[in-house]
Design a binder for this molecule. Structure first.
Ligand code: NAD
Length: 488
């Protein structure tokens, strides 16, 4: 059993109440660590520390701000294996994804934002010789950062890097299901020489610590990644506050396979995009609605069956494992409900369907008490079923045939969400038309879930507004001041 602490004002400390929350290894269902049950008092202290640190951080020459961010990247780089293994233990996502994907990307994100710190600038606007008009880009002060459990370090890095580069200080609230990797990262900041209070990290429950943070009057900007339901609560609770809010939410993303596509590539891409990922489909951009041109429908589904047969569920720390567990018992129950309810909604089971460690592992396996779901695919004939409209957040997808480009676009857009979309085709004009016509914040062609720190990422509709990553994320962490100097 290991205890992790919060970081407030440069000190690693337990929750002020002295209370802890258990962190559970989702592959076994056993408690493996404790995190602080932060509450309003911890939030007050963290926001105060960030507010005190803000003037000094904002006054630093931008090259020095960049140098601090580079030091954060370097320290993270020295601890990639430790951080990846912690995150895998905590949320169950396979180590091949955390170690080879997320951690190197986090390091690069901090380098990217380090390089951006001295390139933020306003504009001059020429109106007449009688005045000098210009804009300045200034930080908000303290940025509140609320993140979910499915990719804690990556989501933290994108938000914290952009906020700090722009001159803000931050208070990060990690998710109660998987906070350990971010709490350990916070401890490492002392080695990076970051001034105390510039970054503060708390844990705790959403309705307790999270709620206190989003209501706190000292927060100048709030950036949230999580579910649309929580975003609605946060928006309503913040209704009496005039303050920018950025929300990155879930999705029900379409993945459209045309008959002219390279079908091997498409089947591999569609499967890793949706149901056979190391994170067991627990990604916001899961391409969980697979739309397949009717003439190749059976062919593509057969290929998906073949790929599913080779999925290797097991120890997430083992590089040979290709899919991990679901994050929590609560989430497992939710997935079970979707799978059990789908047939009565008219969905036909095509592959998979077993839910629970006891259904998938022998009685003497260490994983029998874990939260497991096998890759599962349903065929549907319309998109009214609940499983077509709501985010499952598990290795569960639906597939459905279409017969024309117009029908493909109509089906793809038949959702309140708009986060990501995939298009598989060898026809360039068709690819461009799909990018133009599909209503989503990211449209991938002959690829899926390609996310890069230099590219803005964010959704439309119920998937949220605003961007993480890219230059846009830095600009969104600034506010514009306009000046008119009279020269007459
Ligand atoms: P969640 O909304 O339950 O929780 C997210 C965070 O909000 C956690 O830190 C939680 O403690 C906090 N929280 C919960 N209730 C709160 C409240 N009342 N006030 C303040 N904070 C509160 O989401 P989750 O289950 O942790 O994560 C899964 C969701 O996140 C999915 O919907 C997924 O699609 C989404 N997600 C989106 C992206 C993206 O970039 N668009 C990325 C990853 C995950």
């Amino acid at each position: 059993m290991r205890d992790f602490q919060q970081l407030i004002d440069g000190k690693t400390i337990a929750a002020m109440s002295g209370e802890w929350l258990d962190s559970i290894d989702p592959s076994t269902g056993e408690v493996w660590a404790r995190i602080p049950r932060s509450n309003g008092a911890d939030v007050d202290a963290a926001v105060d520390a960030a507010a005190r640190a803000f003037p000094g951080w904002w006054a630093l020459p931008t090259l020095q701000r960049g140098a601090h961010l580079r030091a954060v990247a370097e320290v993270m780089d020295q601890h990639t294996r430790e951080l990846a293994e912690l995150e895998t233990r905590d949320n169950g996502r396979i180590v091949n994804e955390t170690l080879l994907g997320d951690l190197p990307a986090c390091v690069q994100m901090f380098f990217f934002f380090a390089g951006a710190a001295d390139k933020i600038h306003g504009d001059t606007v020429q109106l007449s010789p009688a005045s000098f008009n210009f804009t300045r880009r200034e930080p908000f002060g303290v940025v509140g950062v609320v993140i979910p459990w499915n990719a804690p370090l990556s989501l933290m890095a994108a938000k914290v890097g952009a906020a700090l580069a722009a001159g803000n200080t931050v208070v990060v609230k990690a998710a109660e299901q998987a906070a350990c990797s971010v709490l350990r990262w916070a401890e490492l900041l002392a080695d990076a020489g970051l001034p105390a209070g510039v970054v503060n990290v708390i844990a705790g429950l959403g309705e307790e610590a999270g709620d206190a943070l989003v209501r706190h009057p000292g927060i100048g900007r709030l950036t949230f990644t999580g579910s649309s339901e929580t975003a609605r609560i946060i928006q309503s609770r913040g209704a009496d506050r005039i303050r920018p809010l950025h929300v990155e939410l879930g999705g029900k993303s379409p993945n459209v396979v045309f008959a002219d596509a390279d079908l091997d590539l498409a089947a591999a891409g569609v499967s890793t995009a949706a149901i056979f990922t190391g994170g067991a489909g627990q990604t916001c951009v899961a391409g969980s609605r697979i739309l397949i041109e009717d003439v190749v429908f059976d062919d593509v589904v057969d290929r998906l069956r073949g790929i599913a047969a080779n999925v290797n569920l097991g120890d997430p720390q083992d590089p040979a494992t290709t899919m991990g567990p679901i994050v929590s018992a609560e989430q497992l129950d939710r997935v079970r409900g979707f799978v059990a309810g789908a047939p009565s909604d008219g969905a036909e089971l095509v592959l998979g369907g077993r839910v629970g460690g006891d259904a998938l592992f022998p009685a003497d396996s260490p994983f029998v008490g874990g939260y497991w779901v096998e890759p599962t695919l349903f065929r549907v004939t319309n998109q009214q079923a609940r499983i077509c409209r709501e985010e499952v957040f598990g290795p569960v997808a639906v597939c459905m045939p279409f017969s024309s480009d117009d029908e493909a676009v109509a089906l793809a857009n038949d959702t309140n969400y708009g986060l990501g979309a995939g298009v598989w085709t060898s026809n360039l004009k068709r690819a461009h038309r799909m990018v133009r016509d599909i209503n989503a914040g990211s449209v991938w062609v002959n690829s899926y879930r390609r996310i890069h720190w230099a590219l803005p990422f964010g959704g439309f509709g119920d998937s949220g507004y605003g961007k993480d990553s890219g230059w846009e994320s830095i600009l969104e962490n600034t506010r514009i001041k306009t000046s008119w100097i009279d020269l007459s």
